[in-house]
Design a protein around this ligand. Structure first.
Ligand code: A3P
Length: 277
């Protein structure tokens, strides 16, 4: 499979579109967009602005790797091409397909407390379906038990999804980013990503300032498509939404539900037990 990649990318040494060497594979609502925006500050990163959904949508996958490569921004040989499509992490067919493109591609997963993640996902769904019942109602089945099959909970079974990736990729090729830390200490968290991607350290605390009214960090020094430096920008209104208040007893039950699943994820990913809090 790696031979295909070599075949497509023959003329080295100039600005051209290349297949990604790193992919943000998930998780949805973990902070995937913010992570990508921050990485774009680095001069050695070239990123796709929109989600490509190559490996998870058959109609795209069937177009082949040439099509995928065409979706990428042009880059120089020393630069890293990166794209993010958050549903890659949870789709069973994706790990094998990614492996078929490259055995050495680096994978980034930004994770977040799965209870918060579910509420964030639910909040987003209200934009398309404002008549959805309250979160508490949707998370319970008719017997008042947690509906473990609800897609918004299913995505939070990180260990189950990760197990499928580990059939193809060694753990050292996957880097986990803490969604919480990316908000609280963005420079520190993204410096770990720079190290994982073997990039020259570039992003520092000076690239961030906290926006009190938004309640989130904003960024300084983004390189725009035409190479000029944009002074400062925050994520748009669809990032950092206000969540509805969820009843404390429901929150507690969800945390209980996820606790053993998180524990399994920590040991599988060889992580300390504080990345999801
Ligand atoms: P909420 O909108 O629920 O707060 P994704 O890009 O994967 O959809 O993730 C969206 C989440 O990114 C937001 O969820 C927010 O918590 C998080 N996030 C991380 N850093 C952010 C930032 N600097 N500005 C806004 N949202 C940020």
């Amino acid at each position: 499979a790696d031979r295909n990649v070599a075949k497509i990318g023959i003329e080295d040494g100039e600005m051209r579109k290349r297949l990604p060497n790193a992919i943000i594979i998930g998780v949805k609502k973990g902070g995937t967009r913010a992570l990508l925006e921050i990485l774009k500050i680095h001069p050695s990163i070239r990123a796709c602005s929109s989600e490509v959904h190559f490996f998870d949508r058959d109609e795209n996958y069937e177009q082949g790797l040439e099509w995928y490569q065409q979706q990428m921004p042009a880059s120089l040989p020393h630069q890293i091409t990166i794209e993010k499509s958050p549903s890659y992490f949870i789709r069973p067919e994706v790990p094998e397909r990614v492996y078929g493109m490259s055995k050495t591609v680096k994978l980034l997963v930004i994770v977040r407390d799965p209870t918060r993640r579910a509420i964030s996902d639910y909040t987003q769904s209200l934009e398309r379906k404002p008549d959805n019942p309250p979160f508490e109602e949707m998370v319970m089945d008719a017997d008042g038990k947690i509906d473990e099959d609800w897609s918004k909970l299913e995505i939070g079974r990180y260990a189950k999804h990760l197990a499928r990736w580990l059939k193809y990729f060694p753990l050292h090729q996957i880097h986990f980013v803490s969604g919480e830390e990316l908000i609280k200490r963005p420079a520190k968290e993204v410096q770990l990503v720079e190290r994982f991607l073997k990039l020259k350290p570039f992003i520092t605390e000076d690239n961030f300032f906290f926006n009190e009214s938004k309640g989130f960090p904003c960024f300084v020094g983004k390189i725009t498509e035409n190479g000029s430096v944009k002074k400062s920008h925050c994520m748009g209104e669809t990032k950092g939404r206000k969540h509805p208040d969820v009843q404390e007893d429901v929150l507690e039950r969800l945390r209980e539900f996820f606790r053993p699943l998180n524990g399994k994820f920590y040991s599988m990913a060889d992580l300390l037990g504080d990345i999801l809090v």
